[in-house]
Design a protein around this ligand. Structure first.
Ligand code: BES
Ligand code: MN
Ligand code: ZN
Length: 498
């Protein structure tokens, strides 16, 4: 399904390395390749000319054939822009471009020289190179008769230490988690329904020490998951609630619960969506796929913490059994909701899952991911996710992780005025706000009502969960699902203890 990369560290002189392509980073308006001092005089002229022409602009790539004048068959110059502007994402972004170039040239092997320590810390450098290359080479080709995938060996020139080897291993596992999330989120709706996701969760659990519990329709009815049952009742593909437990921390420690919306296809139900772009609603399961990917990585890294993943999964279809506008349903926490639009389904299944999480686990924190509102795309576009929280400390931690991983988030407010907007005349709340106003916030207000005072962060990934065109996207996010949130939360769980 994707190219396999073997990554190893090299400490020798890069100019002596026999390689298909020796890749180096170049600063803007610079005359040299970072990390290379004495370039072979036989090719120095053509390199100098290319350096001058490309100008070191971020993401610009030039490949120079060496005509056997050096052990490397080709030299690749990769621009990384101005020194002051370089951050982790620059290296990740440009490494992705390099890897894509190598694939285009059908290379089975290439080498990269890390920038000097003065510019970026070696551990960060190798981590970003690993992530950038791995993620950029993923391609969704499960349903293509002819597949492109191959094995590529990468040598990274860098200082060698245990910490660096560990960082590479860690980045490989995290990137594989992102790729896993992308590949299940990209599955078409006829190949991926709630039962498929439950089966995948069981496979992940079996391969590690996690416990997996799946509630089927009868169990959900018996336990009064009114939101999940209502949304799921219009489809032949029955709803599921998927629970994955990774309890590797101390017994006293309360878990962090991750909740992910997994609507395997969102037609809108009786409040049917327009036909245009409806196919994209296969991505309405992205929140759940992110949680599955995170749980997979947590178990593979054997993180010594307690984390529970909860994924409510349904297909939102119109039909004789569907729930309708006007219905009043009772959610898991006992509150009633008036349905005014069956297309506002995500909040109903999430509210059930969050209430269940709070009651069952008394968690330290709840973090939910959902492609919840079109309004989020109107507000923030397709590069930044919306976050809404009831807890300053938890929110700050997520923002710090966001800065480190460049999975960008922006906070929206939630106060009583917004809570008032979802009050219903006939039930405790209604499932839409007032017209289109503050659509992302009124959706979050509904979720806020599902829990008491557990620290909570809601992440609306409607804009960032998939890319429409590969052109405007980052090289490490080719067209399709992005796996947004996997790197963000793994950073938080590894670095930013609550
Ligand atoms: N899954 C959609 C939100 C969505 C739409 C995400 C387009 C990404 C792209 C969600 O279930 C939905 O339909 N929300 C409605 C809510 C409205 C009826 C209050 C929306 O945003 O239009
Ligand atoms: Mn919807
Ligand atoms: Zn939806």
């Amino acid at each position: 399904m994707f190219s396999v990369l073997n990554i190893k560290i090299e400490t020798t002189d890069p100019l002596k390395k026999k390689t298909e392509m020796l890749c180096g980073f170049v600063l803007e308006k610079s005359e040299k390749i970072l990390g290379l001092n004495n370039i072979n005089t036989k090719i120095a002229f053509s390199i100098r000319q290319s350096l001058h022409d490309m100008n070191g602009e971020t993401g610009k790539i030039t490949v120079i054939p060496t005509n056997n004048k050096t052990p490397a068959k080709r030299i690749l110059l990769a621009g990384i822009g101005k020194k002051e502007k370089i951050n982790n994402d620059t290296i990740r972004f440009v490494s992705g471009k390099i890897a894509q170039k190598a694939r285009e040239l059908k290379l089975k092997e290439f080498s990269i020289i890390t920038p000097p320590t003065s510019l970026i810390e070696p551990i960060s450098a190798v981590s970003q190179i690993t992530e950038g290359c791995k993620m950029a080479l993923y391609k969704f080709e499960k349903f293509k008769s002819k597949k492109e995938s191959s094995i590529i060996n990468i040598s990274i020139f860098s200082p060698k230490s245990n910490k660096i080897s560990k960082a590479i291993k860690n980045s490989e596992i995290v990137s594989d988690g992102v790729i896993f999330t992308k590949s299940i989120a990209n599955l078409p709706p006829n190949e991926c329904n709630p039962t498929t996701l439950a089966t995948l969760a069981k496979i992940i659990a079996k391969n590690s020490k996690m416990k997996c519990v799946v509630f089927s329709k009868n169990e959900l009815k018996k336990r009064r998951f009114g939101g999940i049952i209502a949304v799921g009742q219009g489809s032949k593909n029955e709803p599921k609630l998927i629970i994955l437990e990774h309890l590797a921390g101390t017994r006293r420690e309360k878990p962090i619960v991750l909740v992910g919306k997994a609507v395997t296809f969102d037609t809108g139900g009786i409040s049917l969506k327009p036909g245009e772009k409806m196919d994209e609603m296969k991505f309405d399961k992205c929140g759940g796929c992110t949680v599955l990917g995170i749980m997979k990585v947590i178990s593979e890294l054997k993180l010594p913490i307690n984390v529970v993943g909860i994924i409510p999964s349904v297909e939102n279809m119109p039909g004789g059994d569907s729930y309708r506008p006007g219905d009043i349903i009772k959610l898991y926490n006992g509150k009633t909701a008036e349905i005014l639009n069956t297309d506002a389904e995500g909040r109903l299944i999430l509210a059930d899952a969050m209430a269940f999480a709070e009651k069952t686990y008394s968690p330290k924190a709840i973090i939910d991911f959902a492609t919840l509102t079109g309004a989020c795309i109107v507000a923030l576009g397709t590069n930044i996710a919306a976050i809404i929280s009831n807890n300053e400390r938890l929110k700050q931690k997520i923002i710090e992780s966001s800065k480190r991983t460049t999975e960008e988030v922006w906070e929206l407010p939630l106060n009583e005025d917004y809570m008032d907007m979802i009050k219903s005349d006939v039930a405790d709340m209604k499932n839409i706000g007032i017209g289109r106003a503050a659509g992302t916030i009124t959706a979050a207000a509904f979720l806020r009502n599902a829990i008491e005072d557990t620290p909570w962060v809601h992440i609306d990934i409607a804009g960032v969960a998939w890319t429409q065109t590969a052109t405007k996207s980052k090289p490490y996010n080719p067209k399709g699902a992005t796996g947004f949130g996997v790197r963000l939360i793994l950073d938080y769980l590894q670095e930013g203890k609550l």
